[in-house]
Ligand binder design. Structure first.
Ligand code: NAP
Length: 306
């Protein structure tokens, strides 16, 4: 594939940025990729593992002359990074981000960007519970969705170029309105993460009583919660603080359903439970049919020796 951008700058060098770099290298999607991370330690690691063609000592230096700038920092840090790079952006450049929340990013980033650049927010729906510069891998975005969230007056050519870039990284791309994005993600990602954090917290309290049985017998259900609850604390703090309304709305509905299930258990209403679980099982089938997860038993995990 030929390069889609001559120069790409990645600001923030964690899981998403490093995966973008390796995926971009795989298909030569960029002439040169520069990168910047705020800590010297991350910049050092990046240089050591060959992450980015050039690791810069400031965000301003990294974005200079870049045709595409990707903000890959936690949602709460997007505005300050935008303010830092604003004066150094190349006229006509495209600025995008990968943040998990979109309305908040749009409101806080736009104000720091000059009128002569294109701002097109984005969100790759792909990730793992790992973070940092050495956690990325080229296949992260393969066959995963990337949502682009154009703002009012977004340039169609700049949008088409960004779409081609994400498709080159392996993603399927769709456009979505910011508020709808935040609601959909509250259902599919944000509320489930909060529930996993809570369940693991509860089990941790219990562990003090049952003397490590929770860990010892940690089987499928709980183990999957612990994987999700190992996700980066800063990233997830920012997600909940910035997608407050949609997350609270979904948690409200979740609590109502939980009460209904609690009542069904208390009153012995097996039909209610059976109907509910039949419906949810069909949703799982739908996800597998859409190619978004594996049908392998235990998510394809290698069998542990007994
Ligand atoms: P990550 O691995 O934790 O990396 C975050 C990067 O941002 C690091 O380079 C870090 O710098 C930098 N950073 C952190 N706080 C900062 C601040 N206050 N100012 C400037 N830089 C700061 O994170 P990630 O998983 O790649 O996530 C990056 C973005 O992608 C987030 O907005 C997240 O919502 C979004 N996202 C994540 C996932 C996922 O599953 N992880 C999926 C889709 C989208 P240092 O290394 O120097 O500390």
């Amino acid at each position: 594939m030929s390069a889609i951008y001559d120069r790409v700058a990645l600001i923030g060098l964690g899981l998403i940025a490093s995966s973008m770099f390796w995926a971009s290298k795989r298909r030569s999607l960029a002439g040169e990729v520069t990168g910047f991370a705020r800590s010297a330690e991350t910049r050092e690691t990046a240089r050591r593992i060959g992450l980015c063609d050039r690791v810069c000592e400031s965000a301003a230096e990294a974005v200079e002359g870049a045709d595409l700038v990707v903000l890959c920092v936690p949602v709460g840090a997007m505005a300050s990074v935008a303010a830092e790079i604003g004066p150094f952006l190349k006229p006509g450049a495209t600025v995008t981000d990968v943040g998990s929340v979109k309305r908040d990013v749009i409101e806080n980033v736009c104000v720091h960007l000059p009128d002569n650049v294109h701002f097109i927010p984005g969100h790759p729906l792909a990730g793992t519970e790992h973070s940092g510069p050495d956690s990325g891998f080229a296949e992260l975005f393969d066959n995963r969705w990337c949502l682009l969230v154009p703002v009012e007056g977004s340039d169609r050519d700049a949008l088409a170029q960004l779409r081609a870039f994400w498709e080159g990284l392996g993603s399927n791309v769709e456009e979505m309105d910011a508020d709808h994005h935040d609601l959909v993600l509250a259902v599919t990602s944000h509320a489930p993460h909060l529930i996993a954090y809570t369940m693991v917290g509860v089990a941790d309290d219990l562990r003090r009583v049952t003397d490590s049985e929770v860990i010892k017998y940690s089987a499928a259900g709980f183990r999957d919660f612990t994987r999700i609850a190992a996700s980066d604390p800063t990233m997830w703090r920012d997600v909940f603080l910035t997608n407050k309304d949609a997350t609270l709305e979904i948690l409200g509905r979740f609590t109502e359903e939980l009460f209904a299930l609690q009542r069904a258990i208390r009153t012995g209403d097996g039909d209610h439970l059976h109907d509910y679980f039949t419906r949810t099982r069909a949703i799982r089938r739908g996800i597998i049919e859409a190619g978004q997860d594996t049908d392998a038993p235990d998510f394809g995990r290698v069998k542990q020796p007994k």
